[in-house]
Design a protein around this ligand. Structure first.
Ligand code: BV8
Ligand code: ZN
Length: 243
């Protein structure tokens, strides 16, 4: 592990452009349940069905119960050393893009700036009638929150299964993936598309791809470097005493 970390650190120090893809695993040590781990989010709420436009249309109250539960949970946690280390790494490399599948907003709280929240942000709401997007940090919005302008029903401003990602954000993520010298893939099961294809794009364009995860994933055989361990332990070691 130590020489793999040293090798990866050397590549990061040399790199002109670094891209990072994060998933739920980077927030696990903050206490945010992952989707597929033991006691995972999906199990408790059958959420793969819940995080869809059909589920919201059928029962918006249940969907809001699910999101209010997550908002309240995330409201009580803090970012962890892995989130912090990525904000520090951003200051050290010439060009840095953080692509996150997470909607918890912890990268923003940790100070990340060039961040693409490709699946949206749980603290943003969008009006289903007039489309207005707003940030609202109230943990529990009730089961039928209404738009201040038009009284339309609000929905979480997140990307559900079967929904397209924002075109500009997707393009920016693909662009960063195709142009980076090094891509870090941290805490993702690499099962959800199109995110799981970003590391493949990066590698096809010659980037060094490194995976940080507590277990192997479909990406592991593909990655140049696989560091098995907790993000909170490993990511800070990539940034500490940088020289
Ligand atoms: C799209 C926001 C075009 C909402 C999310 C078949 C039928 C229908 C659709 C599809 C299909 N096949 C593929 C698709 C497309 C679908 C998809 O990929 N489905 C999968 C399930 C097969 N994708 C989409 O629908 C996307 N849109 O493709 O548009 C289109 C249009 C119409 C029809 C088809 C396609 C939209 C996907 C976005 C969905 N929204 N989130 C919300 O959060 O409520 S996805 C959600 O789940 C998260 O955002 C995240 O992306 C994903 C969970 O993945 P991970 O982040 O990887 O988390 P997970 O728990 O799985 O893994 C955690 C990892 O961390 C593990 O590996 C674990 O080992 C590791 N870990 C744990 N602890 C630590 C750790 N690592 C390090 N340190 C630790 N301490
Ligand atoms: Zn409205």
């Amino acid at each position: 592990m130590d020489n793999e970390i040293a090798r990866l650190k050397g590549a990061l120090i040399e790199a002109q452009r670094v891209a990072v893809l994060t998933g739920a695993g980077i927030s696990a040590e903050s206490g945010v349940p992952t989707f597929r781990g033991e006691g995972g989010l999906w199990r408790k709420y059958r959420s793969q069905e819940l995080a869809t436009p059909e589920a919201f249309a059928a029962n918006p109250g249940l969907a809001w119960e699910f999101y209010n539960w997550r908002r309240s949970l995330i409201n009580d946690v803090e970012y962890n050393p892995a989130h912090k280390a990525l904000a520090e790494l951003e200051e050290k490399v010439p060009r840095f893009t953080l692509i996150s599948q997470n909607v918890d907003g912890l990268h923003l709280r940790a100070g990340s700036k060039n961040l693409l929240e490709i699946h949206g942000n749980i603290w943003k709401v969008r009006c289903t009638r007039c489309g207005k997007i707003a940030v609202d940090f109230t943990p529990d919005l009730g089961t039928s929150p209404r738009c201040k302008d038009c009284k339309g029903l609000l929905r979480p401003h997140v990307v559900w299964f079967g929904e397209n990602l924002d075109h500009d954000i997707l393009q920016a993520a693909l662009d960063a993936s195709m142009k980076c010298d090094v891509m870090l893939v941290i805490g993702t099961s690499a099962m959800v598309q199109p995110s799981a294809s970003f590391p493949v794009e990066a590698k096809s364009k010659g980037a060094l791809v490194a995976e940080i995860n507590i277990e192997s994933t479909p990406l592991s055989s593909y990655a140049d470097i696989t560091l098995l361990g907790k993000a909170g332990d490993i990511v800070p070691r990539l940034v500490d005493n940088w020289h």
